[in-house]
Write a protein that binds this ligand. Sequence first.
Ligand code: GAL
Length: 781
Amino acid sequence: MVSLRFLLCFLFVSNVYATIVSHDGRAITIDGHRRVLLSGSIHYPRSTPEMWPDLIKKSKEGGLDAIETYVFWNAHEPTRRQYDFSGKLDLIRFLKTIQDEGLYGVLRIGPYACAEWNYGGFPVWLHNMPGMVFRTTNKAFMDEMQNFTTMIVDMVKKENLFASQGGPIILAQIENEYGNVMGPYGESGKAYIKWCANMAQSLDVGVPWIMCQQNDAPQPMLNTCNGFYCDNFVPNNPNTPKMWTENWTGWFKQWGGKNPHRTTEDVAFSVARFFQRGGTFNNYYMYHGGTNFDRTAGGPYITTSYDYDAPLDEYGNLNQPKYGHLKQLHDVLHSMERTLTYGNISTIDFGNSASATIYKTEEGSSCFFGNGNEKSDATISFQGESYVVPAWSVTILPDCKNEAYNTAKITTQTSMMVKKPNEAEDTPSTLKWSWRPENMDNFLLKGKGESTQTQLFDQKVVTNDQSDYLWYMTTVKFKKRDPFLGKNMSLRVNSTAHVLHAFVNGKHIGSQHAENDKFNYVFEKDVKFKSGRNVIALLSITVGLANYGAFFESKPAGITGPIFITGRNGDETIVKDLSAHKWSYKTGLIGFESQLFRTESMSKWSVESVPFNRTMTWYKTTFKSPLGNDPVVVDLMGLGKGTAWVLQSNMLRYHVPRSFLNAEGDNTLVLFEEMGGNPSLVSFQTTRVGSVCANVYEKNIIELSCDRKSISAIKFASFGNPDGNCGSFVKGTCESSNNTVDILTQECVGKEKCSIDVSTEKFGAPDCTGAARRLAVEAIC
Ligand code: GAL
């Protein structure tokens, strides 16, 4: 008798559920296959749950394999041991949306995020714990970090979301770019990183842990690279694959700064170059940047928009040509997955920064021809053929013969977005406003807050960051004959308030804000003090707490002093130091406390003589939700600085996700204006593709698409050597005699998209004296 033990079905069952993620020096391996992985960052609280399925679907269509996100500690644990995972903070729902779309997830728990997020993601209560120092071997810090990290891991495990449990998460991250700032932490910093690694490892997530920008990352942590280019990166262990956790698709924006832009060609170049040089995992930071709702923007002075010039714009629209050009690149790289991850690598150096890299397996080879020279094109001779590789570009030939892609040759359309007035509403001037002043009497005239101290405190310590606003108030008494009471008196405040408004005896004497990245300054104004009691009330405002740098948690905010009154009498100057006076503190503003932004608020609003250019003023109006489903924008034209609420959601500026709006009936917009503004110019709009353009060489196929709207007209088309850019194309010196506009009108107008073969068969053969022929077209959506 022979018996056979059978265990196959058991093995089979467990294989169905668990995905095994491992790695070797070449690549991340998933269920036994080395992978070329393309990933993109989408931070769940920077959009709404209603937007997630569409964003993730578009990411998948854009050729991504994985979505990456940080976890935002201060959003989830705003008060110690009180957690919030609701709405935009529903991390589990976000991860499940990724899973539903069949993508992988990369979970960067940190819990330090940076990310231009308020305080880098740390809760301010953490800073206010006794003896606390962040990101070093400080027991109080490590206990709290471990508590939060463990809680997140447990939550994710409970839902079986790690790949080891059959879920989507293939990688987890601990800390973030600590290597960039660890110098000042000395030996403690080194010990801290070891502790981070052990702590993470002990959580037993069943997938590899990564540490970015950490050259001394202890095994088995995978050290990864962040930057605009990572092709030169070499991991610290031969067993670690070459991975890029942040390829910056653009950049963040600061108030008053320019809109950041990184060219599509350059992003594509950096990715192709990375894979040419043995890269295996590339994550776009950001793939969708989104919006900093509420008070989540870091800083100081990070804007509410976190668009980032990412492939999906703030509203979730395709940012073309970036999205499409990268999608083509992803498709080509995926088609070469096997050769790239198993092939033998050889390189040929042609000099002048030109090189070829050949990946060869028994089944075939794939090639990259790179030209790192920024100015001159390279001509590469390879296996009897000659190839022109434009300056600063990479050509990819999946079969080492035919060029399938070049990073500098864009064949994707450019989309020009337009903003349309709210069609459900008449003109903006029909928004009917009511108003009320911020009630400041107790502070301005009485100097009365909720606590007193004979010291000037850092704003964070007093407010716990529950509000941007903190009043610092004191009273100063002068006798009639006080030698101080002269004509030439002034108030001098050494300030680290991002914005400061100063009042004496109820009168606004001036305002100042930090400028040019200098966050400490001196505010000085002449003041007439009276004999008897004088009230000095200083309103300090934060505009996002610092999120980066060694010991950033201790960067001062608020009015840390000293504060003086000076009196000049002829040559004599008398100085009175108020710093150790009795200071009365009040966190927040009355209008916020009485929740004037709530629709059901019973407070009185006046429709009479709505003021313009009045500081500290509340405004309210109602509006109808714009028709259709294009993303909604509120244009706060005419306003200064403040906060806006739509249906109680504090959204500050710009994108108003439709899930914030009542589709039927009235919506309420409440504004708090600090500096003085004119609300009559405020309007609601929708944003959509207005026109699309392409400028493509012959022998390419170009697709024009108005993103679910039909193409209504061809505004410009020329096949030859046209000049100019989208919106300003002009005919060149040669042009086909066929009517290009007519041909394109027939093929495209009335359709949502059309595909055009740019060829002489279709458009005729203009004689452009040897120069390559191009089709330039601008279509109106
Ligand atoms: C990195 C950081 C990210 C983000 C980025 C700039 O250094 O890891 O969180 O801050 O810079 O957008």
